[in-house]
Design a protein around this ligand. Sequence first.
Ligand code: ZN
Length: 276
Amino acid sequence: MRDLAAHPELFSLNTATVRMQWSLAQAVEGCARHGIRAVALWRDKVAEAGLDRAARLVRDAGLRVNDYCRGGMFTAPDLEAAREDNRRAVDEAVAFGADCLCLVVGGLPPGSKDIAAARRIVADEIALLLDYARPLGMKLALEPLHPMYAADRACVNTLRQANDLCDRLGPGIGVAVDVYHLWWDPELEGEIARAGRAGRILGFHVCDWLVPTTDLLLDRGMMGDGVIDIRRIRGWVEAAGYDGFVEAEIFSANNWWKRDPDDVVKTCLERYRSVC
Ligand code: ZN
């Protein structure tokens, strides 16, 4: 397994980690200050800065966009609006030369209790989006989310489900392995190996699971502060052939989002070297 301390270039900052503190322009400057070479960008911050300006800032800084966040929400009530918005997300990802567009697929449609139907909608809509993204060369990264989000954010909840879906959908789609969502899964090691054999691991996201977790969405921990054996899971991902970025992605309303952003980034880099 690689020693990450010898590979600072493999660190990626998901800018949601400092979303309350930094605009896109500030994040670009911050990455330069800390020697960070890759970022995951969010659409709202790009919209705030303006797409052309944002793309110029990122390009001029020589930053790689390993992940563009995000597309999906395929089960929204207005199907046509969701399709249009997802095609726009692909176009934006292309404008940044991003490695992939990350997909959070959506949960149950409003009023529905039929999760199987939601999963069918998701499969059909991703197939449609793939028809748009493939000719543009933009890969889609399907991100299974922890089952606690099945109702409202993503009805694809395990890596096995994501692998099965990718098998059906064909080329142009892969998976993002996020330790926060997947660490508990007894099938994780085998499914990571399966994803690796198919050459479809497009991202590896890290943060930590705090005990207790006080907010379903916004109480993620800094790597090393929780119960996830991040290094073990990275070992599986590397053994499966993944040699890409380790992306720090921490949504933390009451802790890290309230801290000095340079300290947050410094801590991320320290933990990247020591526990990831
Ligand atoms: Zn993630």
